[in-house]
Design a protein around this ligand. Structure first.
Ligand code: MG
Ligand code: ZN
Length: 181
């Protein structure tokens, strides 16, 4: 169970949560395509919570795209979201290769720590929304709430989490519906 009345910020993974994911990585602005209903859902979340993104972007470390391209993807996201009267309050991304051994790549919690500092919040006031095992593990390690979405890698992740007590929603849009007014 998530105590939404106590929640002050939602932290979202990006790929497979807001936009469609690909095993070949999202490498260009054209490949950044929102999941149906996700932008409207974000604009609803804006009414109740601070909204941040924490995303692993190892495609940068792997040399598939660079930070200016990532920034251009995010400009597209901001523009499409603004058309729905929504916005993202803060973005954290890890550009590193998994072999770099950095401190920010999920399931490490540095990105969530930075967001907590940015908003001056305690983990108990934050809920992480993701589709991957690393998202779940990150939320567990940070001791904040977690919702698994079945978009993106969510169905595969659900299999990996068999037997665990996890809050599940079909999509970001469905999650917002279930939070209600
Ligand atoms: Mg994801
Ligand atoms: Zn990193």
């Amino acid at each position: 169970m998530i105590n939404w009345s106590k929640t002050k910020a939602v932290i979202l993974d990006r790929d497979g949560v807001i936009n469609h994911d690909s095993d070949q990585y999202i490498k260009s602005v054209d490949e950044w395509i929102p999941i149906a209903g996700s932008l409207d859902a974000l604009s609803q979340l804006n009414k109740k919570f601070k909204v941040a993104i924490a995303t692993n972007q190892s495609g940068i470390g792997r040399g598939y795209y660079d930070e200016p391209v990532l920034e251009a993807m995010h400009q597209k996201m901001h523009k499409l979201l603004a058309e729905k009267n929504g916005h993202i309050d803060h973005i954290e991304f890890c550009p590193h290769h998994p072999d770099d051994g950095c401190e920010c790549r999920k399931p490490k919690t540095l990105m969530l720590q930075r967001i907590a500092e940015q908003f001056d919040l305690d983990p108990s006031e934050m809920v992480f929304i993701g589709d991957s095992l690393s998202d779940y593990e990150c939320a567990q390690a940070f001791d904040c709430g977690f919702v698994l979405l079945l978009t993106g890698k969510g169905l595969k992740t659900l299999e990996k989490l068999a037997g665990k007590d996890v809050v599940i929603e079909k999509s970001l849009a469905k999650l917002v519906e279930s939070i209600g007014q």
